[in-house]
Design a protein around this ligand. Sequence first.
Ligand SMILES: NC(=O)c1ccc[n+]([C@@H]2O[C@H](COP(=O)([O-])OP(=O)(O)OC[C@H]3O[C@@H](n4cnc5c(N)ncnc54)[C@H](O)[C@@H]3O)[C@@H](O)[C@H]2O)c1
Length: 472
Amino acid sequence: MKTRKLLSVVALAATVALTVCACGTVKLKKNTKTHIIETVVPKRPAGQKDVLGLRLAPMPVVRVGFIGLGMRGPGAVERFTHLDGVQIKALCDLHPERVAKSQKYLEKAGLPAATEYSGSEDAWKKLCDRDDIDLVYIATGWQHHAEMMIYAMNKGKHVACEVPAVMTLKEAWDVVNTAERTQRHCMMLENCVYDFFELTTLNMAQHGLFGEVLSAKGGYVHNLEPFWKYYDANWRLEANIGFRGDIYATHGLGPACWVLNIHRGDRMDYLISMDVPATTLPRFMREEMKIENPQVKNGEMTQTLIKTVKGKTIYLEHNVTSYQPYNRYYQVIGSDGFANKYPKQGYCLRPTEESKSAVPNHEDLKSHDYVSDATRDALMKKYQHPIHAEIAEKAKKVGGHGGMDFIMDYRLIYCLHHGLPLDMDVYDLAEWSSIGELTEISLNHHSAPVAVPDFTRGAWNRLKGLQLYYAK
Ligand SMILES: NC(=O)c1ccc[n+]([C@@H]2O[C@H](COP(=O)([O-])OP(=O)(O)OC[C@H]3O[C@@H](n4cnc5c(N)ncnc54)[C@H](O)[C@@H]3O)[C@@H](O)[C@H]2O)c1
């Protein structure tokens, strides 16, 4: 894991210098009026255009190369064997036996063998150098993502990269600039936006069922204790040892940003973050790994509040160490209703004249309860998202977290086939991933508010609402 460089801090006219924190890669300044810590937004290089709503020539066949075939990557290869209009051209991993294992999926599906790349740290570059690949699909550890995405785009490839796609603000800006300069698609493989409850709820929100959506909640609560030792070269444990903050924000943040139209009419303005001391992970390292004095920067739990420029809020939580049930928290609060995914999937709606009880009763704590399960199911059926109507059945058969992974892959390829803007663009990638370093800055400055950079550099209000495109 690369160590982030020490911050250099600047004091500008209306700003004050900050205590240096050993976390970031960007310059910080504090706005003395708002007390918000701001990171520098680099100027867009002359002649470079944004890639909002990027439409390119339709691609009847998408030729794909995969990099990273550990725990996550092979599932993607297998899912791609179920997609039409796709050719799997190349497979790459450091370990040749992992490449050989994924090759078996192609054999099983009766597909031609892919070229294998392995054995050296940069064998993946040869995959990107090929002329017969359109899309590079990256599922390595986090520390390799930015370099691989940038190299692939510079070689003219579109890129899809696992979460979080970048670790630092510098990486985020470098990836945004490369996508804009090369005019390539660069999508983060955030699968949770396609999950059944989330996408249905998004459709309800877009049909006005919750009135004005005011706030959303998301999180990643997943005890990774059984997994720590399986990550290649311990990269995930190293990340938790080395970085403070919400370093795995995208599963919770993606669906929240979609329902709040982030950079499609609203944008994240600033955040504040708090954490509690790391406890369970150091104990695990002492007891299970026999490490005498483990130092873990990542808090046991990190809680973050984000404010948007339109006054909305997002609550985020990250906890990969405590003994708790799996939870992504997804919740939507609007003027006319509420949606909740964990632990109970349900909706609560503004009462109608008939459903209002005549005399309020303080003892009746259920007077604003969820709608019945039957009503919920009927609502979910009525508001099934068109993407689910089209592909849910097949997705459930192919699988990948219950089907959402296949829906994500399907949509990526569908949009490339039809020359449509992808569902998630490079600005989503940068916004959702940069929460890692932004929360670290807040935590290292006594939970001070930190500005979320506008990665669109002024174009966040041009698209009016989130749109998932279909061919006419
Ligand atoms: N979206 C999801 O639900 C989900 C679930 C699990 C993991 N992930 C993400 O998927 C990614 C991979 O996670 P994982 O659990 O598979 O990790 P892993 O450690 O099991 O796999 C990473 C693979 O990358 C390979 N690799 C590393 N350096 C390489 C290089 N230079 N060239 C080629 N291959 C290289 C490793 O050999 C390894 O096989 C991470 O970003 C993770 O966060 C996402």
